[in-house]
Design a protein. Structure first.
Length: 289
């Protein structure tokens, strides 16, 4: 009887220990629903960037997020693919049971990230152009001063060519590497930026990259998002590539690489997410002439 009493007394504390704090990275207020269904009654909303206590994740029901060119799965563009539907990745989001105003409700887990969001980009005071924040400066806004830095000159084909890498390490296992290669200053070429995010899930890595890019600062007005809820995902600007290749052009069959690209006249851009045992690696690239 004594052991039973101790077990019963510990039950509430065990439940509390399982509750974890997450943050709303939707980019907008996030509705809290009575059931894991956006058609159910909404019992409240979480302001953008606010924290919320997650009790559990419901893996029995999913909420779809469409990752493609600005959330658009309808309009076919001549410079893109003839069948866009084959180049849309559906991110199947769990539902998170959350505590809200002493009640329990549900939100799509794909809008939650386990670290606080930070406003690293200045808001525009007018219509004047605001230059983008370099990725390393954006990362410093989240991760603080780097623990180490290394710059390495890489092989050049011509004396005027610019070709070098910069590598940074941060606390908690975050790393960042940038490679720049241009035929000459202001000439044709491109850049590859690789970030390792320890402890992140795929959807968290997507939202983190969009925030670093300040992606919501631009979106074509004619594109209407196909996603059910307005969010940062609507500013995702690439098409999904279902087939991956190595450096020699051989097809790679793996379930852990998610590759996206957008090509247009004069250049292109892309992002690749690689799920690893201890986090997600993000490779963001762009280039042109």
């Amino acid at each position: 009887m004594k052991y039973l009493l101790i077990f019963v007394l510990l039950l509430p504390f065990t439940g509390i220990a399982q509750i974890k704090t997450w943050y709303n990275w939707k980019g907008f207020s996030l509705g809290v629903f009575e059931k894991p269904d956006i058609k159910s009654r909404q019992i409240g909303s979480l302001p953008a960037g606010s924290k919320v206590d997650v009790v559990a994740f419901n893996k029995a029901k999913f909420f779809p997020i469409y990752l493609c060119y600005y959330g658009d799965t309808i309009t076919t563009r001549p410079e893109q693919y003839t069948n866009n539907e084959k180049h849309v990745y559906t991110l199947q989001s769990d539902w998170a049971k959350v505590r809200y105003n002493n009640k329990e409700g549900y939100v799509p887990a794909a809008f939650l990230v386990h670290i606080p969001i930070k406003r690293i980009h200045k808001k525009k005071a007018s219509d004047e152009y605001t230059p983008d924040l370099p990725i390393i400066d954006a990362l410093k806004g989240y991760l603080g001063k780097p623990l180490s830095y290394k710059k390495q000159q890489l092989e050049k084909q011509d004396k005027n060519e610019i070709h070098f890498s910069e590598t940074y390490t941060f606390n908690a296992g975050y790393t960042y590497k940038a490679v720049q290669q241009y035929m000459e200053e202001g000439g044709a070429g491109g850049e590859v930026h690789t970030i390792f995010l320890p402890g992140f899930q795929l959807h968290e890595a997507v939202l983190f990259l969009l925030e670093l890019q300040n992606a919501s600062s631009y979106r074509p007005k004619e594109v209407k998002s196909f996603n059910q809820l307005k969010s940062q995902y609507d500013y995702f600007s690439w098409w999904y590539q279902p087939v991956n290749y190595d450096d020699e052009g051989n097809e790679i069959k793996t379930s852990n690489i998610y590759n996206f690209q957008y090509n247009s006249e004069g250049g292109g851009t892309g992002v690749k997410f690689t799920k690893k045992k201890d986090g997600v690696e993000v490779e963001y690239s762009f280039g042109g002439c």
